[in-house]
Ligand binder design. Structure first.
Ligand code: EPZ
Length: 432
């Protein structure tokens, strides 16, 4: 199987361009089929989760035209009401649950296979279902693993979310944009991608106010129309490069970002001793010495993102002193710790807390990615480590990072995708 081989020890330096946000694109591509007119979407990241949702909507009847690597034209007029959305692509990715909200909103009827995605916890969808029901839909779970939601009429409702959920907020927004009357979502998620999906829907004629705050108000409209839209930059890809720069004591300018979206990350990096220089759509991270320890707890936006928890743990594993990382969103997000321990890290996990006693250096090891973000974090550890590492199960990383090894190579990293022992020998011979 393909895997990465990495020779660690180089400080990353130079510039890296960030792709469009995967988690915004998943919602936006699902929402794109809600109109019968054509929509053109730019800045779509070329990663496997996105290729999967594009295939999924194509297989249920959408016309999907690739304009270029990052731009697609989509027309959902041929998606028939009532047809079951179940194919290998739908079951592969978590984001396919957005087709429930999109098709329920459009046709008042959706029958969608239950989502897959990274195994980082239980990941229930009770809040999505609660929202659909509040709008008047009958929702049932039928075997084999299908969610069926139907309504005669969808009526706006006042919905209080019991947990702050990105997926449920986006799904309920989509289901309610063409409902009769007003919907209010309280305790809504405020992540940048929630706002991006709302902006996209508004560009199609929806009337959504307050996205990015705790309370989102949606006034139902009769129909949605075509639009041209460009997706925001990926905050987590940007963060991953920020932390990789810091872990390798590098100097990296991260381009095509919205610095505001990265504030919780910049603040932590500054706190432990990095320099951060911000401009309009760029952010430069400079680390010249061993960084300090800190404590961090993952929280919904604008708190520190769970999707950056493994990356900060890798960095703190090399910092001076003891740090505590608390995961408060997903219960199964420390699976990478055993891999990090193989590299010499001193980490103990107790429940949802990792206690990290920083070491001077990691040493290269054979590593396996347990999920998308942890996989990227292990690559960061390998880049900072002494000697050679292999990172396996890279299909996880490919779900969400476009051209990851290429971008790292342009920053001076020694990393390649290989399959065979022969390729490994060649790499080791070349980099010495
Ligand atoms: C989204 O997942 C992202 N996925 C995740 O990114 C991200 O980690 C997560 O939001 C948190 O930011 C996509 O956008 C496709 P949630 P989602 O609903 O929507 C609980 C990555 O690496 N909950 O905000 O599934 C849930 O168990 C991925 O790119 C319920 O209890 O997350 C969790 O504890 C991984 N009931 C918390 O809420 C529900 O109905 C937040 O989950 C829904 C969620």
């Amino acid at each position: 199987m393909d895997h990465y081989i990495v020779k660690g020890g180089n400080s990353l330096s130079g510039e890296v361009e960030i792709a469009g946000a995967k988690n915004a694109a998943l919602g936006i591509l699902a929402a794109s089929v809600m109109t019968n007119e054509t929509v053109t979407i730019e800045n779509i990241p070329d990663v496997s989760d996105i290729r999967a949702i594009l295939k999924a909507i194509q297989m249920i009847g959408a016309h999907v035209e690739k304009v270029d690597r990052h731009c697609y034209r989509i027309n959902g007029s041929m998606i028939s009401r009532g047809s079951a959305v179940d194919n290998d692509y739908v079951r592969k990715i978590r984001g396919s649950y957005y087709l429930i909200g999109a098709l329920l909103g459009k046709h008042r009827c959706a029958s969608v296979a239950l989502p897959g995605g990274c195994n980082i916890g239980l990941r229930p969808i009770d809040q999505h279902i609660k929202g659909f029901r509040a709008l008047g839909a009958d929702v049932s779970l039928v075997s084999p693993g299908m969610v069926v939601a139907e309504a005669e009429v969808l009526r706006g409702s006042h919905i209080y979310m019991d947990v702050v959920s990105v997926g449920a907020t986006i799904n309920i927004m989509m289901a309610s944009v063409m409902a009769v009357g007003q919907t209010i979502i309280e305790n809504a998620a405020k992540e940048p991608h929630v706002v991006d999906v709302a902006n996209f829907l508004n560009s199609m004629g929806a009337n959504i106010k307050g996205a990015g705050t705790d309370t989102i108000r949606i006034r139902g409209v009769e129909r949605l129309h075509g639009t041209n839209y460009s997706i925001i930059p990926d905050q987590i890809e940007a963060g991953t490069f920020m932390f990789a720069a810091a872990a390798t004591r590098g100097d990296v300018t991260i381009r095509n970002v919205i610095p505001k979206h990265l504030e919780s990350l910049s603040a932590k990096l500054k706190e432990i001793g990095c320099q951060i220089h911000e401009s309009d759509d760029e952010l430069r991270v400079v680390a010249t010495r061993r960084l300090g320890a800190t404590n961090v707890k993952t929280l919904p936006y604008p708190g520190f993102p769970t999707d950056m928890q493994p990356q900060i743990a890798v960095l703190l594993g090399l910092s001076r002193g003891v740090s505590i990382v608390t995961e408060s969103i997903f219960e199964n997000r420390f699976k990478y710790v055993d891999e990090l321990i193989k590299m010499g890290a001193h980490v103990t996990v107790e429940g949802n807390t990792a206690i990290i006693d920083g070491v001077e250096k990691y040493t290269g090891a054979r590593l396996s990615s347990p999920d998308l973000r942890a996989g990227a974090a292990l690559v960061t550890a390998a880049l900072a480590a002494e000697g050679f590492s292999e990172v396996h199960e890279i299909h996880y990383i490919e779900r969400g990072y476009e051209d990851f090894p290429e971008k790292l190579r342009r920053l001076g990293a020694e990393i390649e995708i290989i399959e065979t022992e022969e390729e490994k020998r060649k790499f080791m011979f070349r980099v010495g």
